[in-house]
Ligand binder design. Structure first.
Ligand SMILES: Nc1ncnc2c1ncn2[C@@H]1O[C@H](COP(=O)(O)OP(=O)(O)OP(=O)(O)O)[C@@H](O)[C@H]1O
Ligand SMILES: [Mg+2]
Length: 235
């Protein structure tokens, strides 16, 4: 469904991502793990079309999206939830959600149907549809950005540290929601620092360090063979 081949991303002279290759099969939930600065967000931004690849290729469902713009990538069926958790604070929850449906703006009936599906997944957002997004709690804002991404009706969802900075109970809710999304058949690439929870929900994982993929395998294999502490503490 999604394949990166020898993908590199540079910031000027800084080589943030160095010839990484990975695949996600349809319906798979794959975690991308690694310490701060490993290159995880850079990888997601490049797939999303927000950063140019310095080399290599990205294929989405057999289409080459290596040089696609962010809008083209969304139209091709891939939505990204960046780590910045940006909502439009002065717009309501509903208005934020409808912005996520931008590429389908002429399909009103389809959007209404999809909005119901999203409300069903996130009852809290349904209750707060008229509230200004800027006044939502951190956990609710995270749910809103995920819900907004779903409004584009993606086949593949990239999530960058959805649990960052949230209270443990909310983190549990976010992970439950990710598992629910997986059950709907969505293909998910999940970047997380929360290693144990990320491995608990993932089919497979890749571990990045200093811009490279240094380990990959099923969650069990990663647990058994990789000294995650070493990678996380940057040793
Ligand atoms: N805009 C930028 N300009 C220059 N260097 C950057 C820029 N953004 C990121 N980098 C560098 O690229 C490397 C990878 O950063 P990236 O944000 O991808 O890491 P990450 O794995 O997402 O880390 P974290 O877990 O802290 O979010 C880091 O060394 C970082 O300093
Ligand atoms: Mg990051």
């Amino acid at each position: 469904m999604l394949e990166a081949r020898n993908l590199s991303v540079n910031y000027g002279m800084i080589r943030a991502v160095r010839e990484i290759s990975f695949t996600l099969a349809k319906g798979e939930l794959v975690s991308l793990l690694g310490a701060n600065g490993a290159g995880k967000s850079t990888t997601l931004k490049c797939i999303a079309g927000a950063l140019k690849a310095g080399g290599g290729s990205i294929m989405l469902d057999c289409r080459d999206i290596t040089s696609a713009s962010p809008e083209q990538v969304v139209r091709a069926g891939l939505a990204t939830v960046p780590e910045t958790r940006d909502v439009f604070p002065d717009l309501t929850v509903s208005e934020n959600l409808m912005l996520g449906a931008y590429i389908h703006r002429r399909d009103r009936a389809g959007n209404r149907e999809n909005l119901q599906r999203v409300h069903h997944l996130f009852p809290r957002l349904a209750e707060r549809e008229a509230q200004a997004a800027g006044t939502l709690s951190g956990g609710e804002q995270q749910m809103l950005v995920i819900a907004r991404a779903l409004m584009s009706r993606p086949a593949v969802l990239l999530l960058d540290e959805p649990s960052l900075g949230l209270a443990p109970a909310i983190v549990d809710r976010i992970f439950e929601m990710i598992e629910t999304l997986k059950r709907t058949g969505l293909t998910i690439l999940l970047v997380e620092q929360n290693v144990n929870q990320a491995l608990a929900v993932a089919d497979r994982a890749y571990v990045m360090r200093l811009g490279r993929i240094v380990a990959s395998g099923t969650a069990d294999e990663i647990r058994a063979t990789t000294d995650l502490t070493k990678h996380y503490l940057g040793g």
